[in-house]
Every structure is written in structure tokens, then in C-alpha cells.
Design a protein around this ligand. Structure first.
Ligand code: ASP
Length: 322
């Protein structure tokens, strides 16, 4: 029988609703602890209560601690798969960090809930059971970190929270889920074609994330620059263009040897150096801005934080993103 470790970190899946006020908050005892007896499958379950935090309180330091905990537990050799319960707000950032940090073939599944444990139609226990079933499946190996919610299996790299409250919130807009969960089966229909992993010891770099908008001026970029950042992510317009007024401020950042990574604020499609006008993608790439494909702004930020622990040399950073 396989051994699956569940690591709890908090989030709505660990919360309860106050029936009078309708507010949702953390409870001292995890409402799903010891539910293992309800899991109708062949796995031995062990639980670890690492944090009890709403996910907006999760920091990169927590992510690294969680990554180390998983690494150590797997290295000790006695688990076949791991399920992490997490708040949904920053779930995709933690899942993607784990994807970059861990070097394992074993299934690592991250899950959460949109409705707390005592709400009607709560999805917490259901998602937890689905996640344990996925982690207990041989086919879930070699797929990187997975996110399981609402009968779907997504890759940590592609998944994003798309709705504030709908239980079908987690989607992979560009590619769809890589598998589905039915009452009887776990069905994968996509393979992972690339895998990357970065052996880092710390996660300390300050990387800012900025969204471009019509009429944007350089003052905001300069203000952020003056805080002492190690890198900047720009969620650019369309295929990778920005308002021309921010160009001098971006150049000042590059002149300080601070890397700028560009993604699109569109949630589908890729960024490419197409346009030659002022602020167009071709000009940005010629300035030395790195184009990153297939990542949202928050995930590009996690990746740059990880990458900067290894190098801040632009020539070494570029191939990690392009
Ligand atoms: N605000 C909650 C959190 O991320 C939402 C959730 O868990 O679904 O902690």
C-alpha cells in the first residue's frame, strides 16, 4: 500500500463559516484533520500541519520552508506522494515555486477549496480526496507539481485562479487541464514535455511586478526602482508592448544591471518582439528586456526570484525564460 503525506498550510479548506455573520475564518483545529477514514482508497495517510495561514499571508519564506519540508520527507524515503492543502488566492504561486524547486518524479499535488468546511456544497473534503487519489496514481509521476480542484488536474505552470468565488475557478487558459478525475478513474491526456528545476538554498530577492496600462508614466517605475529591487516583471500590453513614456525609466533600471522580464497582461497567447514603434516589443528586446513565454506575471516573479539566487547575469538569465 502506498504512503501519502498530506501537508496542511491553511486557506479556506481549513476554515469555517460563522453562520450568524457569514464571515469565514481560520479555526484552531483543522476541520478536515483525521478525515482519512473517509477516503475510500488504498493508501496509508499521514498528516503534517505546517502552517495555518490564509494564503494572502504566505510569503516566499513560507514557500521555501514548505519545499524543504517536502524534500526532507521524500528524502527520508517513506512517502510515495504528497498532497499540499493551501489557500486558493496564492495557490498557483506556491505550486509553481514547488515545481521549480523540487526534483522528484513522485506526485506532488496542491489543492484547496472555494467554500469553507461547514458551508453547503463545500468542496474541501472532495478536493482533498481527489488529490489523494491522484497522488496515489502511478500515472501522476513525472508530471511536475499538479493542482487538483473540481475534478480537474492542472500543471502548476499553466493553472491560474480565474474566478473569485466559483468552484470551477482553477483553469489553464492556454492548454486546458492535463487530466480529469471521474468516480472510477484518474485520466491523464497530456504529457509534460519540458521539466526544469533549480537547486536554491534561499529565496530572498526583491522582485517587483508591474502591470502596464494606457497612459502609464515613468514616475511609478522610478519609485519602485528607488526601493532597491533586484528585478522587475512587467505585464506588458498585447504581444509585449508598453507605453513609450516609461522607456527612460526602464532604461535606468537596465543601466543598473537589474533584469527586467516581460510577460503579457493577456491571459492567452505568447509575447514576441514584433512591433518596431516606440515602446514596441522589438525595441524592448533590443534594450535587453527578456521576454518570458507561458507565464503569468506572478509566476514570472517567482521564477525570477528563484533564478536570481543562481545568477544575475542577463546572458545566463535569458535562456531560463525564453
Ligand atoms: N482567501 C482564501 C485564501 O487564499 C481563499 C481560499 O483559500 O480559497 O486563503
Amino acid at each position: 500500500m502506498k504512503k501519502i503525506l498530506i501537508i496542511h498550510t491553511g486557506g479556506t479548506i481549513s476554515m469555517q463559516e460563522d453562520k450568524r455573520s457569514g464571515t469565514v475564518s481560520t479555526s484552531s483545529e483543522h476541520p478536515l484533520s483525521n478525515s482519512a477514514s473517509l477516503f475510500n482508497h488504498d493508501a496509508h495517510i499521514e498528516e503534517d500541519f505546517l502552517f495555518n495561514l490564509p494564503s494572502p499571508h504566505i510569503t516566499p519564506a513560507h514557500m521555501l520552508e514548505l519545499g524543504r519540508r517536502i524534500h526532507d520527507k521524500l528524502a527520508a524515503g517513506n512517502f510515495d506522494g504528497v498532497v499540499v492543502t493551501h489557500g486558493t488566492d496564492t495557490l498557483e504561486e506556491t505550486a509553481y515555486f514547488l515545481d521549480l524547486f523540487l526534483q522528484t518524479r513522485k506526485p506532488i499535488v496542491v489543492t484547496g477549496a472555494m467554500r469553507s468546511s461547514n458551508e453547503i456544497g463545500s468542496d474541501g473534503l472532495y478536493n482533498l480526496i481527489s488529490s489523494v487519489r491522484v497522488a496515489n496514481t502511478d500515472e501522476a509521476q513525472d508530471k511536475g507539481v499538479l493542482v487538483v480542484m473540481n475534478d480537474e488536474i492542472h500543471t502548476a505552470k499553466n493553472v491560474t485562479k480565474t474566478s473569485t468565488s466559483n468552484v470551477a475557478t482553477f483553469q489553464s487558459p492556454q492548454y486546458g487541464p492535463i487530466g480529469i478525475i471521474t468516480k472510477q478513474e484518474i485520466l491523464f491526456h497530456q504529457k509534460l514535455i519540458s521539466y526544469e528545476s533549480y537547486p536554491i538554498q534561499q529565496l530572498t530577492k526583491n522582485v517587483a511586478l508591474v502591470k502596464a496600462y494606457a497612459g502609464m508614466e515613468g514616475s511609478l517605475i522610478r519609485a519602485i526602482h528607488s526601493t532597491g529591487i533586484s528585478g522587475m516583471i512587467i505585464e506588458a500590453l498585447g504581444q509585449g508592448n508598453v507605453p513609450k513614456d516609461i522607456l527612460p525609466a526602464l532604461q535606468e533600471i537596465l543601466d543598473d544591471d537589474i533584469p527586467i522580464i516581460l510577460v503579457s497582461r493577456c491571459y492567452q497567447g505568447i509575447v514576441q518582439a514584433t512591433y518596431m514603434y516606440d515602446g514596441g516589443g522589438r525595441q524592448l528586446r533590443d534594450m535587453g528586456i527578456i521576454f518570458a513565454n507561458g507565464l503569468t506575471g506572478p509566476k514570472a516573479r517567482i521564477k525570477l526570484m528563484v533564478a536570481l539566487e543562481l545568477t544575475n547575469n542577463l546572458t545566463e538569465l535569458a535562456p531560463m525564460f525564453e
